[in-house]
Design a protein around this ligand. Sequence first.
Ligand code: SF4
Length: 132
Amino acid sequence: MKELQRELNLTYLFISHNLAVVYHMSNHVGVMYLGRLVEVAPSRVLFAKPRHPYTKLLLDTIPDLEMKGGERTPVAGEVPNPINPPSGCAFHPRCPFANDRCKVEAPLPIALPDGAKIACHGVEEGRIPDAA
Ligand code: SF4
């Protein structure tokens, strides 16, 4: 696929749950939760510095092959029914940073200087560690 992309100057829309393949294949990555984009960024930015709480938890599930012994946090709770998603930010029932605003108001994407766009009240309000 990479060879074809180079030869024919193609653009791919590549959808996968395999984050290693996504990293290898993509220039830009969009992370979706319940059908909504929650974070879009150049791949090197997203994998080096995930900002959205869901992206952070998702990347935490990648096995630590270098065995650095870092703490890994599983995504808590159940995936909600997409036909009847939670109010406000659909991730709020599972998010460790959720507050009252998150329960009622759906976050809009904000653009950051390094090309990332994040839809999260916590990032906007500076409540998410290492997300600035
Ligand atoms: S908007 Fe709130 S609930 Fe949603 S991911 Fe951000 S902090 Fe968590």
